[in-house]
Design a protein around this ligand. Structure first.
Ligand SMILES: NC(=O)c1ccc[n+]([C@@H]2O[C@H](COP(=O)([O-])OP(=O)(O)OC[C@H]3O[C@@H](n4cnc5c(N)ncnc54)[C@H](O)[C@@H]3O)[C@@H](O)[C@H]2O)c1
Length: 714
């Protein structure tokens, strides 16, 4: 009936037809331009075919449709706004409305996942039957946009405003029971019965048992809310969603604004409102950055898979040291399916490690994410031990003992002697040079850094640090292990602080320099949180721990004295000396005291202020802009140096490592993207303004040339 390259329409028995998405040579279906064109042609041919009684929409893949082809967004969204609005309207009217208006009932048979445009095509059908293991959702707000192929119009009409706001604003996938309970699908069946169940609904619709025209009319009419209900519903949602999303992410609230504006409208008018608001969001800087980020993530994972290609998966891992990091690594390895031995020198350490893993698992269980069997299974694959007896069978060891080169040398040489010839040995050191740690080892080619971030189960990044003698095979196997653990590995070269801490500590140095000159740390925190950081530098240092921070700053200063050494006692050193270690002992820049409910709260502590007074200039008001610029210039310039020196291989590696390792504001795209957004020349000009404050603000020659030549990183 219709044969395209990515979809076809074929007759079924008794006058029914099947429109099947089946993209050639790929494991998934997606909505790209070809799909839209072919869908339009297919629907046109169906509309003119008087023999068809009903249409079932299916996928020949394991999943229905994963969503839009995001690689097409950049070009599409950069068109002039009116053009973009027209394009979206044309897609909606000529394709999705045409499908919805077919002169016979339609049913989508949803298998696997149907996200974004994939779900929107189902919403344009009269009925939706979902496989019990399928997931559906509208994740667009995660990209700074919202559903623009009719999703923001049809979903609230189908499942009510409150539910639609939840689906669209969070962007979360919904499993079959939730989708059924909210009314987004009409029935849930097993995967094997899916198509038959969809056809069965059509048979009943044609026979008049289901009033498909009435169902269709609900989606095409205005929202069924009176003025008061509408006002209450939308205003409450806007306040709630606005607070959850934060002011840097406007799309979730804009989706609600759009639904509200179109509430009293019929479908066609409502879709015009949707297209207008959609185009507005699509052309924000936030959307541009979040889309870049999505694509950069794909590049990152693809690169990592390329590096890991051919490496044997790790069968039995081990971690040395059952502390904060060792416990986290053991949990993550076991949870993702690689059994792990957890060795410590003290039973107390082991108890702590197991307690930590149990705590994370219990939380998951109480939230219904895992069951007791999975929890027991994970704990059973962590083997706590105080000896090396089983190390002969281990093929990957991560050392996570205290951050001390002497201790690490002793531990690494000892464990190396217990391992089989081809086992890989990695250190989770956060600062000590991999080449230095490799010195006493017999097989330095099998040694490298594997730097996890705290808390291990939450932080996506793992820095894989290649020493001068590390072999490709060792890198491949370690990257493979990181991927198997569900992490985002970035391979970097050895240097003080590696990539992430090397870039972070100049930012801290710019911070303590400001304090030394009289800035108020609470104000600095406010400014940087407003910029988009999850926490300001003082708070972050409290979380990292003053002892760790002080030590790491010293390591980085030793390597890069031109910008990191200073001739005054800085605030972090003062805090460290006063044993104000931060959150870990309840006091640092702030104090951390349990409130009445037992929750630890961050509050101001006059002792911290009096501690800093003698080592800082008299309190001075700095403009928010100066604070932001000084901290960000120091941070971004170090990121530039890391790229120029080849510590990281690509701008994407640098930017993604900062987002995944430090929580760099995602909507700003990473430090190099941030420089580009400002304009390289403009950034250099800003940096030069602060040249008098030392090496932290010294622009590299190469960056200056880039600025002069109008070059960019990407
Ligand atoms: N804590 C962080 O935020 C963080 C982040 C990234 C990397 N790191 C790095 O991870 C490593 C461990 O840090 P941590 O915070 O987990 O420390 P920790 O003090 O919590 O744990 C260290 C553990 O190592 C054990 N240990 C000491 N000597 C040992 C030996 N010879 N054999 C086996 N176990 C031994 C100790 O008993 C203790 O349980 C350090 O190199 C640190 O720099 C820490």
């Amino acid at each position: 009936m219709f044969a395209g390259t990515v979809l076809s329409v074929k007759p079924l028995a008794d006058g029914f037809a099947e429109l099947c998405f089946d993209r050639p040579n790929e494991a998934i279906n997606k909505f790209d331009k070809t799909t839209l064109d072919e869908l339009q042609a297919a629907v046109e041919s169906l509309a003119g075919d008087a023999s068809v009684k009903g249409l079932v929409v299916t996928s020949a893949k394991d999943g229905f449709i994963v969503g839009a082809d995001i690689t097409e967004f950049g070009a599409m969204f950069s068109a002039p706004k009116e053009e973009l609005v027209k394009h979206i309207e044309a897609v909606n009217f000529n394709i999705f409305n045409a499908l919805e208006d077919l002169p016979f009932p339609t049913a989508a048979a949803i298998n696997g996942i149907a996200l974004g445009g994939g779900l929107e095509v189902c919403l344009a059908c009269d009925f939706r039957v979902m496989a019990d293991n399928a997931k559906i959702g509208l994740p667009e707000t995660k990209l700074g946009i919202f559903p623009g192929f009719g999703g923001a119009t049809r979903l609230p009409r189908l499942i009510g405003v409150d539910n639609a706001v939840d689906w669209i604003a969070t962007g979360a996938d919904k499993k079959a029971p939730k989708a059924l309970a909210d009314g987004a699908v009409d029935s849930v069946v097993s995967g094997e019965q899916l198509k038959a169940a969809a056809v069965d609904i059509l048979i009943k619709a044609v026979a008049g048992e289901f009033d498909w025209q009435a169902k269709r009319a609900v989606k095409k009419g205005p929202l069924l809310l009176n003025d008061m209900e509408s006002l209450m519903s939308f205003e409450t949602c806007k306040a709630f969603v606005g607070q959850a999303a934060g002011k840097h992410y406007p799309a979730p609230v804009q989706a609600i604004v759009c639904m509200q504006e179109a509430a009293k409208m019929e479908r066609d008018e409502a879709l015009k409102v949707e297209a207008k608001h959609f185009a507005e969001m699509a052309q924000t800087e936030v959307a541009r950055q979040l889309i870049n980020l999505f694509l950069a993530d794909q590049v990152l994972v693809k690169t990592a898979k390329g590096v890991a290609k051919g490496a044997e998966p790790v069968k039995q891992a081990a971690v040395l040291g059952a502390g904060i990091m060792g416990g986290g690594i053991a949990y993550q390895s076991a949870y993702t399916g690689t059994p792990i031995i957890m060795k410590d020198i003290a039973q107390a350490g082991i108890d702590l490690g197991i307690k930590e893993a149990t705590k994370i698992l219990s939380k998951l269980e109480s939230r219904g994410k895992i069951n007791a069997t999975k929890m027991a299974g994970v704990l059973n694959t962590i083997h706590p031990t105080l000896d090396y007896n089983q190390f002969g069978e281990v093929d990957m060891v991560v050392e996570a003992v205290v951050e001390n080169p002497k201790v690490k040398h002793a531990v690494l040489t000892e464990v190396e002697s217990k391992l089989s010839g081809d086992a890989i040995l990695a250190s989770n050191t956060s600062t000590i040079s991999i080449d230095l740690l490799a010195e006493p080892l017999k097989r330095p080619e099998s040694f490298l850094g594997m730097h996890f971030f705290n808390p291990v189960h939450r932080m996506p990044l793992v820095e894989i640090i290649r020493g001068a003698k590390t072999s490709d095979a060792a890198v491949a196997k370690t990257v493979n292990y990181a991927l198997a653990m569900g992490k985002k590995p970035v391979v970097v070269r050895d240097c003080a602080g590696f990539l992430v801490n090397r870039v972070l500590f100049p930012y801290f140095a710019a911070f303590t320099q400001l304090l030394h000159q009289g800035a108020d740390f609470t104000f600095v925190d406010k400014v940087m949180e407003k910029f988009g950081w999850p926490m300001g530098p003082a708070y972050l240092m409290d979380v990292v721990g003053m002892d760790t921070g002080h030590h790491a700053a010293a390591v980085v200063a030793e390597a890069f004295p031109d910008r990191m050494k200073h001739d005054f006692e800085d605030a972090v050193t003062a805090m460290y000396k006063a044993e104000r270690f931060g959150q870990k002992n309840g006091k640092g820049f702030y104090q951390y005291v349990p409130n009445k409910k037992g929750r630890v709260e961050k509050t101001l502590d006059p002792d911290a202020t009096s501690l800093l007074a003698p080592i800082c200039a008299a309190p001075k008001e700095f403009a928010a802009q100066e604070i932001e610029q000084r901290l960000m210039v120091a941070f971004c310039l170090e990121a530039v140096r890391c790229l120029e020196e080849g510590i990281a291989a690509t701008p994407t590696d640098v930017d993604m490592a900062m987002i995944y390792g430090l929580g760099f504001p995602p909507f700003r795209g990473g430090p190099l993207r941030y420089i580009e957004t400002l304009g390289v020349a403009q950034f250099v000009e800003i940096a030069d303004k602060y040249a008098e404050h030392g090496g932290l603000f010294k622009v590299t020659d190469k960056l200056r040339t880039m600025a002069a030549n109008g070059e960019t990183f990407y």
